[in-house]
Design a binder for this molecule. Structure first.
Ligand code: PY5
Length: 309
């Protein structure tokens, strides 16, 4: 029994049992879909559900779709409105994860992007933690990050997640919680489904968006919050061994939130426990996403208190 009752599928909100596709679907056969992960956070004091940076996620979905020549008949505003409607129908009063997916839906043989139909589906379900809360034990993967000229990591392409899944499962089978993936230059790209930050001499460092990473929205949020807190931020290439000698390392993502890394390749990071800069950012982030910081309230779209547009 699934925890969600509905999906937006073929232009309407329908029972989840009706949101089914054929085994012949092009995207199932060739990985030609793009998706998003969006979170909505419950604020018990206001009895309100806030969708975090929804328009930014849908703008990225449309950019990903453009790269795969997926034409969608929806604007960012349309997609936000549909999502709010879906969440209202579900009536969630807890933290949820929203998954929009746009894909090549034609049922025929042929590997290509052109002259194929596209479809969009959106579903949402209750969601808590993606990574262990007390601290992540990570390994540097033997798998390399996909290159922009092979499968662009900038687009959130379903097929590219084979790369993430290979790295994640290698880490799991070796007894770790998460994989850190290097790019073909041998420098740090990101986690299997998170961006990466480290702290050196009090400076927050993260790879640039040209390092074959997803241009993460949590990454952008953390950069903004850090700057507002007066923490210096630098976007630059990161060597593998900088991971070992960093004062702090943490991962950021919609599913993962901000997750501290306490061990990498069996080397303790900093004091082997979540660090002070992580804690400052995490505390602020937890408030921001629930609409509790007036300064960032525009990032939070209320689901119940506004009339549907
Ligand atoms: N890098 C990769 C490869 C990702 O898959 C993700 C998000 C991120 C970085 C972080 O991006 P953002 O901050 O915009 O979420 N991963 C998805 C997520 O929803 C999929 C997880 C299963 O978090």
């Amino acid at each position: 029994m699934s925890k969600n009752k509905y999906a937006f599928f073929r232009g309407e909100i329908r029972p989840i049992s009706e949101a089914k596709i054929s085994v012949m679907t092009s995207a199932l056969n060739y990985g030609t879909g793009v998706f998003e992960g969006i979170r909505a956070f419950w604020n018990p004091e206001e009895e309100e559900l806030f969708v975090f940076r929804m328009a930014d996620h849908y703008a990225r979905l449309l950019r990903s779709a453009k790269i795969l020549l997926i034409d969608l008949p929806y604007t960012v505003d349309d997609l936000c409105r549909i999502t709010v409607e879906l969440l209202r129908r579900e009536g969630f009063c807890e933290d949820v994860y929203i998954r929009p997916i746009a894909f090549k839906s034609s049922e025929e043989i042929g590997v290509r992007l052109h002259n194929l139909e596209s479809e969009l589906a959106i579903f949402a379900l209750p969601f808590k933690h993606y990574l262990p809360e007390g601290g992540v034990r990570a390994m540097v993967s033997s798998w390399r990050r996909v290159e922009d000229n092979a499968i662009p990591a900038r687009a959130k392409i379903t097929g590219a997640y084979v790369n993430s899944a290979l790295a994640k499962t290698e880490a799991y089978l070796a007894g770790f919680d998460e994989a850190i993936v290097l790019n073909e230059d041998g420098q740090v790209a990101e986690g299997s489904a998170e961006n990466l930050f480290l702290v050196r001499d009090g400076v927050l460092v993260t790879p640039p968006i040209t390092a074959n990473i997803l241009e993460g929205i949590t990454r952008d949020t953390v950069i903004t919050l850090a700057k507002d807190l007066g923490i210096p931020v630098m976007e630059r290439p990161i060597d593998r061994t900088e991971l070992y000698v960093a004062e702090e390392v943490f991962l950021t993502g919609t599913a993962a939130g901000i997750a501290p890394v306490v061990e990498i390749d069996r080397r303790k990071i900093g004091a082997g426990k979540p660090g002070p800069i992580f804690e400052k950012l995490r505390d602020l982030y937890d408030h921001v996403v629930r609409g509790k910081e007036p300064r960032y309230r525009s990032w939070c779209a209320p689901v119940y208190s506004l009339p549907a547009r």
